[in-house]
Design a protein around this ligand. Structure first.
Ligand code: DGY
Length: 330
């Protein structure tokens, strides 16, 4: 009948994880949608099969799509609408080679991710995690002048690596909220006026930033180009007693070198929302007191997760209507 024909004509799409209900509802209305009700990450073999069975794949950061999963030819999938701004888990060259469009969800998670960067910065500087653990363990002996002394944040220097949307939102919070000096490294020149408006200075190299910053906050993409951008040498180039904050991608930091820098006392602490190989977090990190570790919460607010889903809906709708796709990265 007519209804069945219309359903058959709808693009077939697969959503790899649970999305907010409001967005799933719209996806189900507009597309012939397969949901992963179990919400466990799909296996590589299932993702590989999806390229033959669906017109669109809607993955998240927890779905790795390396070149080996892309079909060599005749992919049924014509668009990958990623639920997230970072897309280093998707092999962009393989997508391009197959003529598959890739989209992401920029803008809508900027504020919440910057909020998490500042939360980590404050929490690690002021030893909030340690303090909470001590209190919950019933080990707090009461107020005293020398108890759990942390580092003052106000007036210090933050060094931002990667001055995209989230880097800028973090810089503004640090400068206007905490009177911090902001120095940053970005591959391309950031407009002078914009830099001044953030109370910031762009420096020529990462090393220049590391040499000045009391807090280094990472906001660059992950993936091969930035793998271990913060390695042992660069950790050694940081100021003694500095802090590292990572809300970008785990692979940007050499985790073993970071553990060594924290254990030796070279760094005072680290606040991490992302990990190389997450959700596995190395024991070297979890046994340290001077780290605050969060389970990739940057975009995790109701408003943001719905807005991310709506971006994906808009990208898919535009694509299948033959219109310009707003957040196309390939
Ligand atoms: C992103 O969007 O890239 C985050 O890491 C997940 O929301």
């Amino acid at each position: 009948n007519g209804i069945d024909r219309r359903r058959l004509m709808k693009p077939r799409i697969i959503v790899t994880r649970r999305w907010p209900d409001a967005v799933e509802h719209i996806l189900a209305e507009r597309f012939d949608t397969t949901f992963n009700r179990g919400d466990a990450p799909l296996k590589p073999i299932e993702l590989k099969a999806a390229f033959q069975a669906f017109d669109a794949i809607l993955p998240t950061v927890s779905d790795s799509l390396p070149a080996s999963l892309f079909p060599e030819s005749d992919s049924r999938t014509r668009i990958i609408a990623n639920y997230g701004v970072g897309f280093s888990h998707i092999d962009i060259d393989a997508a391009r080679a197959q003529g598959i469009v890739v989209t992401n969800t920029p803008g809508v998670l900027t504020d919440c991710t910057a909020d998490i960067a500042l939360s980590l910065l404050l929490a690690v500087a002021r030893r909030a995690g340690e303090g909470e653990r001590q209190l919950r363990a019933g080990e707090w002996a009461g107020w005293c002048p020398t108890h759990m002394i942390g580092a003052k944040v106000t007036g210090k220097t933050i060094g931002i690596i990667g001055m995209g949307r989230i880097g800028k939102a973090t810089a503004k919070r640090a400068h206007f909220g905490f009177d911090m000096d902001v120095v940053f490294y970005n591959r391309s020149k950031v407009d002078d006026e914009e830099t001044r408006a953030m109370g910031a200075r762009q420096l020529p190299t990462i090393e220049d930033v590391l040499a000045e910053a009391d807090f280094v906050s990472l906001h660059c993409p992950g993936g091969a180009a930035n793998r271990h951008l913060i390695n042992a040498e660069r950790l050694a180039a940081m100021k003694p007693g500095a802090f590292l904050i990572n809300t970008a991608r785990g692979d940007v930091v050499d985790q073993a070198a970071l553990v060594a820098a924290l254990e030796s006392g070279k760094l005072a602490g680290a606040g991490l929302d992302v990990f190389d190989g997450e959700p596995v977090v190395p024991e070297g990190l979890t046994r340290l007191e001077n780290v605050v570790l969060l389970p990739h919460l940057g975009s995790a607010t109701e408003e943001t997760r719905v807005a991310m889903g709506m971006k994906a809906v808009d990208n898919l709708t535009a694509f299948f209507d033959g219109k310009e796709v707003p957040d196309r990265v390939v």
